[in-house]
Ligand binder design. Structure first.
Ligand SMILES: [Fe+2]
Ligand SMILES: [Fe+2]
Length: 233
């Protein structure tokens, strides 16, 4: 069953920002999230209408989780990637889920569905949130990249990691394929794992289904199948 409650909150987000070594970058991210909190209740916002992270606080929960997963992977697979970059991209990669963050305020991406029934599982027909159709439409990662670049002094590698973080799930990411930086690949992995597995759109029990644990030969009847079909080419 997909996760229904946030594990991480604004305190976890602030703690991660506090781990940024560059003073300039730390101040930029602090300023950005202070500005966001001034204009909306970030602690309540979701990460989607009804899929992963559609619960209260899902947006912060997801962003912190992606950052933590990437930081955990870093010493194993990518020790040369800067920790500051991972924290910046991890916390900012879905900024646009909050909405259009401008100097004067925020146009929210999601609006509460007053008819949502909390006693029933969130689904397409029982969504806790609706898209705000009055916002100008952009691919989420593109508007996120624009907002992040406006508020922080991003490197090109960080900009690519934000823009292409959905990997090849998105048709518009084709131009990035085989040209991803290590940071992009790391964030894509952390985001996909967090959203699909930890937040539960993929039920982890699916990985242990009896049929999936059979060897390919066993699923065809093993030796018996081989013997019966030995003359086949
Ligand atoms: Fe995303
Ligand atoms: Fe994400």
């Amino acid at each position: 069953m997909p996760r229904q409650r946030a594990e991480y909150d604004l305190q976890d987000l602030s703690k991660l920002i506090g781990e940024i070594e560059s003073v300039k970058r730390r101040e930029q991210l602090t300023g950005l999230f202070r500005h966001i909190e001034k204009h909306c209740d970030l602690s309540k916002l979701p990460a989607s209408c009804y899929m992963h992270g559609s619960y209260e606080g899902g947006c912060v929960d997801h962003s912190v989780r992606v950052t933590k997963v990437a930081l955990e992977l870093r010493p194993i697979v990518a020790p040369l990637i800067s920790k500051d970059s991972i924290i910046t991209v991890g916390l900012c990669h879905d900024l646009s889920k909050i909405g259009f963050v401008t100097k004067n305020g925020i146009v929210p991406r999601y609006l509460r569905n007053q008819n949502f029934d909390p006693n029933q599982f969130p689904s397409r027909n029982n969504r806790p949130w609706f898209y705000n159709s009055s916002q100008i439409q952009f691919p989420l990662a593109v508007s996120t990249a624009i907002i992040a670049a406006k508020w922080t002094d991003l490197t090109w590698a960080e900009l690519q990691a934000i823009t292409a973080h959905d990997g090849q799930y998105c048709e518009q990411n084709k131009p990035f394929s085989h040209h991803e930086t290590p940071l992009t690949l790391l964030i894509t992995m952390a985001d996909t794992w967090s959203g699909h597995v930890i937040e539960g759109c993929i039920d982890q029990n699916q990985f242990n289904k009896e049929s999936d644990l059979l060897s390919v030969n066993e699923s065809y009847g093993g030796d018996e199948h081989r013997n019966n079909n030995s003359s086949e080419t």
